[in-house]
Design a protein around this ligand. Structure first.
Ligand code: ADP
Length: 483
């Protein structure tokens, strides 16, 4: 199949979270499986031009702002990655925001990106059968293919929109309709209007041929008022074309047996290297390991409400009291960053905090931790718990979204079962999270049971092959569907 894949983040070029990981891996896996895949993404300041070749310059007709873009390319086998280069929009210090403040022209930036991507596909004579869109940043392409490109070959492509996180919708004041030259007749509840504003994501939900999200459970959750962020109605309406496909992980990059970021490597057959990683992590954060090796609880992620940061902050004093160590890596809302810094100051020998984005450290936290905390309010898929399973850091998770789909709870105190891989709790409350952490501490006192669970977790296969096959089947069903 010929697939055009649009994403505002593609690792290793750009990444703020799971979207970057997915877009950096899935297209390559599909290409390896014999498909012709072209990825389109902005050329941010993080993407050097060295190694890229210039494929041409486009002229776009926007009522406002920049009108041209250069298209740069790199190839690896069947996979082509095209970068949309427009310095005024994309060569900035951040991808979407700076100093915690969203760029005021994000509507223009990503409308521009979507239009430039389609225009680049035409200029290069690409004839995709499927255009795979990701998140609100690419949603205007779904509309443009149906209104504007409909009489071209490109307009015959089927569109799939993957929702990676429904909390991010790209909502702008109604004047964005004028500024972007969009048709006013679509500014209605059946079109892209969302309570008097213009919604990019809703545009995609209405105009894409098919929708998917990143776990089965999340596909159900977003059809409810509790998790639907006001879009549950339209998602219920389109539930016949909505699928949930659990993300995979890059199992070459995230493999404790070959991970060059780690001070020692290990596998489920020989876990001695994991202990070396734990010791190194304690040392790196200058945490005490006296009187005996303490249980280590890790966390890596965006410091936003979604991730249950309030619960983690609330639980730390009790964990300290229980003799545990915590290593927290992340960046996000300033109030959270500040609160973690304060806790590290209060408990310098028990709590290690790194505020910032550090790929190397994220691997070391997974490897060095005994337990990994993800008490999320909601979690579309979550990749960190998949990395944790692979690295033998038992995930302590709230039973939502992809966490529910990927972790098997150790029910009961003894955990003498053959299937459990983690610890789950249900209610979003400090009490429930603390009870789960107590179960983790109890497990740490039973090294044999813990070891068996670790090995089981490490033996699971969350590689992309499985997910890639599901995407293939979805693309195929789209091509077979009546126009
Ligand atoms: P989300 O997409 O909601 O941010 P995921 O768990 O799906 O959450 O993916 C997060 C990805 O981003 C993981 O690869 C994680 O390791 C990485 N990540 C998040 N914050 C940091 C950080 N501060 N440093 C390094 N990696 C990070």
């Amino acid at each position: 199949m010929r697939i055009l894949f649009l994403s505002s983040e593609v690792a290793p070029y750009s990444k703020t979270g799971g979207l970057g990981d997915v877009s950096g891996t899935l297209p390559g896996v599909l290409a390896e499986r014999g498909h012709e895949v072209v990825v389109l993404t902005p050329r941010y300041a993080t993407v050097p031009k060295e190694g890229l070749s210039l494929r041409g310059t486009l002229w776009l007709h926007f009522p406002f702002g920049a009108q041209w873009a250069e298209i740069w390319e790199t190839r690896a086998g069947n996979l082509r990655t095209l970068f949309v280069h427009q310095p005024a929009y994309f060569e900035r210090a951040g991808f979407y925001a700076e100093g915690g403040v969203e760029y005021a022209d994000n509507h223009r930036r990503f409308a521009f990106f979507s239009m430039a991507a389609l225009s680049a596909a035409q200029m290069l004579g690409l004839c995709p059968q499927v255009v795979h869109l990701n998140e609100w940043q690419t949603c205007l392409a779904a509309l443009a293919l149906k209104r504007g490109y409909e009489s071209t070959q490109l307009g015959q492509a089927k569109t799939l929109l993957t929702i990676h996180n429904l909390a991010y919708q790209g909502i702008f004041p109604s004047w964005a309709v004028e500024e972007l030259g969009l048709p006013w007749e679509l500014f209605s509840p059946d079109g892209f209007e969302f309570w008097g504003q213009m919604s990019f994501l809703k545009t995609g939900l209405v105009f894409a041929d098919a929708l998917s999200t990143v776990s089965r459970r999340y596909a159900q959750e977003i059809q409810t008022a509790e998790y639907g962020f006001g879009l549950d109605g339209i998602l219920r309406k389109r539930s016949n074309v909505l699928r949930g496909i659990l993300n995979g992980i890059d199992s070459k990059l995230w493999n404790p047996a070959e991970d060059t970021f780690l001070p020692a490597r290990y596998s489920k057959e020989d876990l001695s290297g994991k202990e070396a990683c734990s010791q190194a992590l304690l040392k790196r954060f200058e945490l005490s390991s006296a009187p005996k090796r303490p249980p280590i609880f890790g966390m890596v992620g965006r410091m936003v409400e979604q991730k249950g940061i309030d619960l983690v902050l609330g639980a730390i004093p009790k964990l300290v009291e229980a003799g545990a160590r915590m290593v927290i890596v992340g960046t996000g809302e300033q109030r959270y960053e500040q609160a973690f810094r304060e806790l590290a100051g209060r408990f310098p020998k028990q709590v290690g905090v790194f505020i910032g984005f550090d790929e190397n450290l994220s691997h070391n936290v997974e490897a060095g931790s005994d337990f990994f905390m993800m008490p999320s309010k909601f979690e579309p898929c979550g990749l960190n718990q998949l990395y944790s399973l692979r690295y033998g850091a038992i995930p302590v998770v709230r039973a939502v979204g992809g966490l529910e789909d990927s972790v098997v709870d150790a029910s009961g105190e003894g955990v003498v079962d053959e299937v459990s891989t983690g610890i789950k709790f249900h209610e979003f409350s400090l009490e429930a999270f603390e009870a789960a952490l107590r179960r983790a501490l109890g497990l740490f006192e039973k090294p044999k049971v813990l070891l068996a669970m670790r090995k089981r977790a490490m033996g699971l296969d969350f590689s992309w092959d499985c997910a890639a096959k599901e995407y293939e089947a979805l693309y195929e069903s789209l091509l077979e569907a009546a126009p």
